[in-house]
Design a protein around this ligand. Structure first.
Ligand code: LMR
Length: 342
C-alpha cells in the first residue's frame, strides 16, 4: 500500500513538472528566428513606417517564431556596407533605394533613375506592380539576393543654397547623388558636378559645404533636416526614388515553407502601408519644410519645367547601352513615355 501511494505521488509530481514546462514558453521553447532589417532613413518616413509595420506583422503572423529587429537611420550600416552585409548574411533584410543596386552589377535598376520616365505613381505602379518589375527583381538572384517587394517613396525635388529656377542655375554646383551612373549623367547634363555620398553623410556634407546641393523626395529632405542647411528647394519632380525590399537568398530559401508564407503575407500588407503613406508623407514633409521659414520652396513654371525636361531627357539615350535597351523599351511601352516627344 505504501509502495502504491509513493508511485502515485511520483506520477502526480511528474505531471506537474510537465505542466509547468508547457507554461514556460521562453525557457524551453525554440528560440525565434531573428531577421535583422537595416535601413538608412528615419522612422517617420514611408520606409521607416513600413519596416516597423512589417516587424510587427511578421511577429504576429508567425506567432512569435520570427522576430524582426529593425535598425533605422544607418545605425547598423551605411548604404554600401549594408549591401555587403546582406550578401555576407550579417543582416537578412534591407530596403535600399532602386538607385543602389547597380554597384552589385544589376545595372538595369538604374532605369528607375531616368529623368521624367514616370509622370506619376500610376505610371510607376505599372512597372513595380507588373511583369517588368518582377523580371528586374529576379535578376538579383544571381547576386545571392531575393527581391520581395517594391515600396514607394516619391518624386524628387532639387535643393541648394541658391534659387534653382532655370537650367543655368545648376551650373557648377556640387550635387550629392546616390551611387547611380544615371544620376551622375543627370547632374552633368545640368552642368552640375555630381558627388556620390552615403545618405548618412549628406546632411554634414551640405552643412560644411563639401557639396552645395542635392535631390531627394521631401520626406527624406525634411526628416534628415537637410532643409536647415539648404535655403532653396525647387519642386522639379524630375525623377523618382523608391525601394526594393530584399533578403539574403540563402537565408530566405532555408526558412520553413510556412514561415516564408507568413512573411510573404506580412510583406504584402507592409507594401500597402508603404504605398498608402508615401504620397501624403511627402506632401506633409514639404509643408513642414515651408513652415520652418528657413527654406524657400519654388514651383517651376511650366516653361521652366519643360526646359529642364529638355535638358535631361537626352540622358535616356546616353544611358541606353548601360541599362539595356530592352528594359527601357519595356518601360516606355507600359507608361507610353516617348523620349522623342517632349
Ligand atoms: C538616398 O540615399 O538619398 C536615399 O536612397 C535614402 C533612402 O533610402 O531613401
Amino acid at each position: 500500500m505504501a509502495q502504491l501511494d509513493f508511485t502515485n505521488v511520483l506520477r502526480r509530481s511528474m505531471l506537474g513538472v510537465a505542466a509547468s514546462i508547457a507554461l514556460l514558453p521562453s525557457a524551453f521553447a525554440q528560440s525565434p528566428i531573428i531577421i535583422k532589417f537595416s535601413h538608412v532613413v528615419a522612422l517617420d518616413t514611408p520606409k521607416g513606417k513600413a519596416a516597423d509595420f512589417f516587424a510587427k506583422r511578421a511577429g504576429e503572423l508567425t506567432k512569435g517564431r520570427v522576430k524582426v529587429e529593425v535598425y533605422p537611420n544607418s545605425q547598423l550600416y551605411k548604404d554600401k556596407e549594408e549591401m555587403e552585409a546582406l550578401q555576407l548574411g550579417s543582416v537578412q533584410m534591407l530596403a535600399p533605394s532602386l538607385s543602389k543596386f547597380a554597384p552589385l552589377g544589376v545595372k538595369e535598376f538604374e532605369v528607375f533613375d531616368l529623368p521624367f520616365i514616370f509622370d506619376d505613381y500610376n505610371d510607376l505602379h505599372k512597372i513595380t506592380g507588373g511583369p517588368v518589375g518582377q523580371a528586374l527583381l529576379k535578376k538579383l538572384e544571381t547576386r545571392g539576393i531575393t527581391g520581395l517587394a517594391y515600396w514607394d517613396n516619391g518624386f524628387k525635388v532639387m535643393s541648394a543654397n541658391r534659387p534653382l529656377k532655370t537650367v543655368e542655375d545648376y551650373k557648377g554646383l556640387k550635387m550629392r547623388i546616390q551611387s547611380s551612373k544615371v544620376l551622375d549623367a543627370e547632374m552633368r547634363a545640368l552642368g552640375a558636378l555630381p558627388q556620390v555620398l552615403a545618405f548618412s553623410e549628406t546632411y554634414q556634407a551640405l552643412q560644411t559645404g563639401v557639396v552645395d546641393g542635392t535631390e531627394n523626395p521631401p520626406s527624406n529632405l525634411f526628416t534628415q533636416k537637410m532643409h536647415e542647411v539648404q535655403k532653396h528647394v525647387s519642386l522639379t519632380n524630375h525623377g523618382y526614388l523608391g525601394y526594393a525590399v530584399v533578403v539574403n537568398k540563402k537565408f530566405w530559401d532555408g526558412l520553413p515553407a510556412d514561415i516564408r508564407a507568413a512573411l510573404n503575407k506580412a510583406m504584402v500588407e507592409s507594401t500597402k502601408v508603404a504605398n498608402d503613406v508615401a504620397f501624403q508623407d511627402n506632401v506633409d514633409a514639404l509643408a513642414k519644410v515651408q513652415a520652418t521659414g528657413k527654406t524657400t520652396v519654388y514651383k517651376p513654371s511650366l516653361a521652366e519645367r519643360f526646359l529642364l525636361k529638355k535638358a535631361l531627357v537626352p540622358v535616356h539615350k546616353q544611358m541606353a547601352s548601360r541599362i539595356g535597351d530592352e528594359t527601357m523599351q519595356a518601360i516606355y511601352k507600359e507608361t507610353s513615355f516617348d523620349p522623342s516627344k517632349l
